[in-house]
Design a protein around this ligand. Structure first.
Ligand SMILES: Cc1ncc(COP(=O)(O)O)c(C=O)c1O
Length: 366
């Protein structure tokens, strides 16, 4: 069976370095907010081209903390509306709700799966205060158009870059530095994945960063002095140690993924399968390689019979989830079509050349 993702295999190349680091960690005896977190924050800020990186517990907390920090700074108020793509992973929407803000769903483009800037302005009201574009599957949103709309309407822009570490338009325009503040997840399966939960925020805003450094740590900069209402959502020291090792390989990981995506795009030819759109630039890091087909169950079963495991990202759109029952009657036809048709095929650096070839041949024979 070709597994969709074999994390053990993916992390195998790092095992010796992890073990060496683990030994140092045990000898050092410093477990929370130590040098590894500081190192990661410095290096990831440099990597993204931002002044600040704030390490936090996970990608969801990263979003919640940004919203709460903006509320603390008076730039957002409870009840303000935030524009968000309707087909995002539910975390983006939960974060808005958890900060007592109001998500306003906007349809994506069918071609890119990313929020359609042409649909945004119609959804802006006097209560709209922010846009949360999500670089879904690793491909950057149309940030120029989004930032222009935001400027015109005086809105904050926060990138959900949970799936897009290293995606870039150019050297200086990279996921994490294309908006006022951005969030990342280092959930183990991500292109930069930890060995547990982890996340980060990047920003050039000094005031926002100062609030966030405090807010993630009980609202405290000096131990037992609490300046603001904070939470416990610190990037774990051990996870930071693993991430410091893996960050050095992120560019080559992304390059490998792009070369594999190019191979799929040029070799898979089947009129029953719609391939993802990509301009071959570095604006995509292929966290996921997502195809579309009108009879997904049939294709998924066929692939399984042929030893290929696939996944669906995601089977149910947020507005149809039980947890968001108030929205279940809403209609977002493009989002619903995407959720009915998408199928993610294996793409990661753990795959052997023969496995990649088997995936291509099997899809062509469908
Ligand atoms: C688009 C998006 N946003 C936010 C998150 C939340 O990240 P985490 O799982 O680290 O909380 C994810 C995680 O998978 C995601 O894909």
């Amino acid at each position: 069976m070709i597994h969709f993702l074999n994390l053990k295999k993916l992390n195998q190349p790092f095992e010796a370095a992890f073990q060496k680091k683990m030994k140092q960690f045990l000898e050092g005896g410093w477990y929370i907010l130590g040098n590894e977190v500081k190192q990661f924050e410095t290096d990831f800020a440099t990597y993204c081209g931002t002044k600040h990186c704030i390490g936090v517990g996970n990608g969801l907390d990263a979003l919640v903390l940004i919203f709460k920090a903006y509320i603390h700074l008076g730039k957002l108020q409870k009840g303000d509306e935030v524009i968000v793509p309707a087909n995002t992973y539910i975390a983006s929407i939960l974060a808005i709700l958890q900060a007592d803000l109001v998500p306003v769903l906007v349809e994506p483009r069918l071609e890119t799966f990313n929020i359609n800037p042409e649909e945004i302005e119609a959804k802006i009201s006097s209560k709209t205060k922010a846009i949360l574009p999500v670089h879904l599957y690793g491909q950057l949103c149309e940030m120029k158009a989004i930032n222009e709309i935001a400027k015109k309407h005086n809105l904050l822009v926060i990138e959900d870059a949970a799936q897009a570490h290293g995606s870039q338009f150019s050297e200086n325009e990279k996921a994490g530095n294309l908006s006022h503040a951005a969030t990342f997840s280092f959930y183990p399966g991500k292109n930069l994945g930890a060995l547990g939960d982890a996340g980060a925020i990047t920003t050039n805003d000094d005031a926002l960063a100062a609030v966030l450094f405090s807010m993630r740590n009980y609202g405290s900069k000096v131990k037992y002095e609490n300046e603001i209402i904070g939470v416990n959502s610190r990037l774990d020291e051990l996870q930071a140690a693993f991430l410091n090792i893996k960050l050095k390989q992120l560019d080559s990981e992304n390059e490998f993924r792009r070369s594999m995506a190019k191979r799929y795009l040029s070799k898979i030819k089947n009129e029953k399968i719609l391939m993802p759109n990509w301009d071959l630039s570095q604006n995509h890091v292929f966290h996921l390689f997502v195809i579309r087909t009108s009879n997904r169950t049939d294709l998924q079963n066929y692939l399984k019979e042929n030893g290929i495991e696939t996944m669906i990202h995601y089977p149910i759109p947020p507005h149809k989830q039980k947890a968001l029952a108030n929205w279940n009657q809403l209609s977002f036809p493009i989002t619903e079509k995407i959720h009915d048709e998408v199928l993610s095929i294996p793409l990661n650096s753990g795959l052997k050349a023969s496995e990649i070839q088997h995936i291509i041949t099997t899809l062509n024979n469908y």
